[in-house]
Design a protein around this ligand. Structure first.
Ligand SMILES: C[S@@+](CC[C@H](N)C(=O)[O-])C[C@H]1O[C@@H](n2cnc3c(N)ncnc32)[C@H](O)[C@@H]1O
Length: 251
C-alpha cells in the first residue's frame, strides 16, 4: 500500500498522522537552513563532499543536458551540474522548503552561477514538470524525508526521459557490525550534542539520526525503484554502506 493511504507514518521513531509529517519535516529544514552547510561539513567530517563527487562521477551527465536536482536544498550538486551542462543545458534545483531554496539560491549566486539554473518549490511526490523531460534526476539525502516514497519515485520516473537515469544518494545500512555500533554511538550521543552546540537545535539532529534508521535499506530501496518502473537498478555502498548511491534507468 502506498504510504499516503495509511493513516499513520514515521517521523523519525515517532508514529504520526500521515498528513502531519510534511509539516514536521518542514519545521526541521526551516530550523536548520542557515547552518545546514557548516553542520554538513562538521557532522560528516567533510566526507559528504566525496559522496557527492562519486554521484557526479556516476551521473554520465554531458554538456547541453537537463538535470533535476530534487530536494536539492543548498545546491551542492546543482553547482557542479551547472558547470558541466554549460549554457546550452539546464539545471532545476527543486525543493519543498523555501528556507532551504533561499539559502541555496544566495549561495549559488555568490559563486557567480545562475544563467542555467532554475529554482522551483515543489514536492517530490507531485513534480510540476512534463513527462519525459530530464536526462538526469538526483535526489541526495532527500528521499528519507518524503512521506510517500513510492509516489515520489513514480513521479521521478514519469519526468525522466527514456534513456535518462535517476540517482538516489541516501543514508543506508552499514555492512559490518563494528561500523554499525560505532555509527550508532556517534549518531545518538555525539550528533545531537553537536547540533545543540553549533546550531542550538538538538531535536533536528535527533530526527536526522532516527530518520536514517527508519529509511529502507539497500535492497528494499532497490526493489522500490524497480516497482516504480526503473530498470537496471544497482547500488554502490559508500563508507561501508553508511551511505548508498542507487542508480536506475528509464528505457
Ligand atoms: C538533508 S537535505 C539535502 C539537501 C541537498 N540535497 C544535499 O545533499 O545537501 C534534504 C532536503 O530535502 C527537502 N525535502 C524534504 N521533503 C521533500 C519533499 N517532499 N519534496 C522535495 N523536497 C523535500 C528538504 O526541504 C531539504 O532541503
Amino acid at each position: 500500500m502506498s504510504e499516503q493511504h495509511k493513516s499513520t507514518t514515521h517521523f523519525g521513531y515517532k508514529t504520526v498522522e500521515t498528513n502531519e509529517k510534511e509539516q514536521m519535516v518542514a519545521g526541521v529544514f526551516h530550523s536548520v537552513a542557515a547552518k545546514y552547510d557548516v553542520m554538513n561539513d562538521l557532522m560528516s567530517f567533510g566526507i559528504h563532499r566525496l559522496w557527492k563527487r562519486f554521484t557526479i562521477d556516476c551521473s554520465g551527465i554531458r554538456k547541453g543536458q537537463k538535470v533535476l536536482d530534487l530536494a536539492g536544498g543548498t545546491g551542492d550538486l546543482t553547482a557542479k551540474f551547472s558547470r558541466i551542462v554549460g549554457e546550452t543545458g539546464q539545471v532545476v534545483l527543486a525543493d519543498i522548503n523555501d528556507s532551504m531554496l533561499k539559502v541555496g539560491r544566495d549561495k549559488l549566486r555568490n559563486k557567480g552561477l545562475g544563467n542555467n539554473i532554475a529554482y522551483v518549490q515543489a514536492n517530490a511526490e507531485a513534480l510540476p514538470f512534463p513527462d519525459n523531460h530530464f536526462d538526469l534526476i538526483t535526489i541526495a539525502f532527500g528521499l528519507r524525508n518524503v512521506t510517500d516514497k513510492d509516489k515520489a519515485l513514480a513521479s521521478m520516473q514519469r519526468v525522466l526521459k527514456p534513456g535518462g537515469r535517476l540517482l538516489v544518494l541516501e543514508f543506508s545500512k552499514p555492512q559490518h557490525e563494528v561500523m554499525s555500533k560505532l555509527y550508532d554511538f556517534y549518531s545518538f550521543n555525539i550528533l545531537p550534542k553537536m547540533g545543540s552546540l553549533v546550531a542550538q537545535d538538538s531535536e533536528s539532529y535527533q530526527y536526522l539520526a532516527e530518520s536514517i534508521r527508519m529509511h529502507p535499506d539497500q535492497e528494499t530501496l532497490k526493489a522500490m525503484m524497480e516497482q516504480a518502473g526503473l530498470e537496471q537498478v544497482e547500488y554502490f555502498n559508500l563508507t561501508d554502506g553508511i551511505v548508498a548511491l542507487h542508480r536506475g534507468f528509464k528505457f
